[in-house]
Design a binder for this molecule. Structure first.
Ligand code: ATP
Ligand code: K
Length: 293
């Protein structure tokens, strides 16, 4: 079983032709509500591949909270350890204008997830084969969860996004760390060769269409991405992380697991939305074996 400790958001996307000036009202073209949050996305990614997944998070008492919980249940993610707080559910307000986007995130209930909730879910964590975390919940909660995982000897896959919330002291407690290039730059500087060597078989840098790289203790390893037609890259990183956890828990080596995660992420970018394009296990194997329909 995989446990994800992280955020659940409702994305509110407005597409517009005219961007309003201060004090102005304009008509938008399109409005969509899309379930998201890095935590929920990574949980869905792993569950769609067939992993048993447990989500630890917090939503509000509003209808967005109910919807997010239901969506996860439909994806067969266990939601018993999702708590409810009397503040609004986290949202991301996405303004799409001229092929560009402006995003406002209001963490809401995600910032109410506290060490008390992690302690209450202790048994679930102890029974997990891997715990996945990101940085969209309070720092003290992340710290407490890392401590529990260490005590219980549960491996942690840490996706340091948004990177500014990362604390370097956590490196020791993390088993696998998956920054993208800009997160890696922010956290470790621009000498990727050096930093990969410093964290062999632990630091995996994702490189967009280029795939991912790590250092295996002896050699630098680069696993190229799978070239495909991009429709929407939203959720590529989340799919990569959920798939990597799934493959590692299944007992794959790190090389194999990164290859598997690249394939899964390549399928996700062929469809719109973060969760919308996340593949099933069958779809990943079909692509690996060259037997796609
Ligand atoms: N254009 C692409 N073609 C093929 N694979 C891609 C492409 N973009 C992303 N991927 C896959 O997704 C993984 C994660 O992408 P990236 O390194 O851009 O992380 P990210 O910035 O967290 O992604 P995002 O924020 O778009 O979800 C890559 O390692 C790769 O496997
Ligand atoms: K997508």
């Amino acid at each position: 079983m995989i446990t994800v400790i992280g955020s659940l958001n409702m994305d509110l996307a407005v597409k517009m032709d005219v961007f309003p000036k201060q004090g102005e009202t304009v008509l938008g073209e399109q409005f969509q509500t899309i379930p998201g949050g890095k935590g929920a996305n990574q949980a869905v990614a792993a569950a769609r591949l067939g992993s048993q997944v447990n989500m630890i998070g917090c939503v509000g008492t509003d209808s967005f909270g109910d919807t997010l919980r239901n969506v996860l249940q439909q994806e067969h993610v266990h939601t018993d350890t999702i708590t409810t707080a009397s503040v609004p559910t986290g949202i991301a307000n996405i303004l799409l204008y001229n092929d560009d986007n402006r995003i406002i995130v209001v963490p809401g209930a995600n910032y109410e997830l506290s060490p008390v909730h992690i302690e209450a879910a202790k048994e679930v964590i102890q029974q997990s084969q891997m715990v996945i975390m990101q940085l969209e919940i309070p720092k003290e909660t992340t710290e407490y969860a890392l401590k529990l995982c260490k005590e219980a000897n549960v491996p942690v896959l840490f996706n340091p996004a948004p990177a500014a919330n990362f604390d370097m002291r956590w490196m020791e407690e993390i088993t696998y760390m998956t920054p993208n290039e800009s997160e890696c730059l922010l956290l470790f500087g621009d000498d990727f060769e050096e930093v990969l060597k410093r964290y062999p078989n632990k630091l995996i840098i994702t490189l967009g269409s280029d795939g991912a790289r790590f250092f295996d203790g002896e050699y630098p390893i680069h696993i190229p991405g799978y070239m495909t037609k991009v429709v929407d890259t939203t959720g590529a990183g989340d799919t990569f992380n959920g798939a990597l956890a799934h493959a590692l828990v299944e007992g794959q080596s790190l090389d194999e697991a990164v290859y598997f995660a690249n394939i899964a992420a390549s399928l996700s970018i062929e469809k719109f939305g973060a969760q919308g394009g996340m593949p099933t296990l069958g779809a990943v194997y079909a692509r690996m074996s060259g037997c796609e329909e």
